[in-house]
Design a protein around this ligand. Structure first.
Ligand SMILES: [Zn+2]
Length: 125
């Protein structure tokens, strides 16, 4: 039996760390709770100088990439926490096996066992 209390605490800590980072980069989509929208910074829109505009577009793209990675982690954590509540935590979403403790130690929000690790990215939100 997996001691979920340890993982719950760890996931909650991760969530508390990631949420302010997400809030800094974007806003939570009010219609789709899994989605965060990147915010352009002051002056990023409507710049006349082409080079400046290109630099800023690049900076925005980087922020979107960072935001997407954070968003994925955030959603994985929220999902893991709700699985703890539902009593389905630690079960591989692909094969239904028990996820190895070693794997959960490394990533408390893991959705699959080690054998199905490579397929985890294929899973939908
Ligand atoms: Zn599996």
């Amino acid at each position: 039996m997996i001691d979920t209390a340890i993982y719950k605490e760890r996931l909650q800590e991760d969530l508390d760390r990631i949420t302010p980072q997400l809030q800094e980069l974007g806003i939570h989509n009010p219609e789709v709770k899994e989605d965060w929208i990147a915010l352009p910074q002051d002056g990023e829109i409507g710049v006349a100088d082409e080079n400046v505009a290109a630099d800023r577009a690049e900076a925005l793209e980087e922020r979107i990439a960072t935001l997407e990675a954070l968003e994925r982690s955030y959603n994985d954590i929220v999902r893991a926490l709700s699985k703890i509540e539902a009593g389905t935590y630690g079960i591989c979403e692909i094969g239904g096996e028990t996820i190895e403790e070693e794997r959960l130690e490394a990533d408390a929000s893991a959705r699959t066992c080690m054998a199905h690790m490579d397929d985890e990215l294929e899973l939908s939100v």
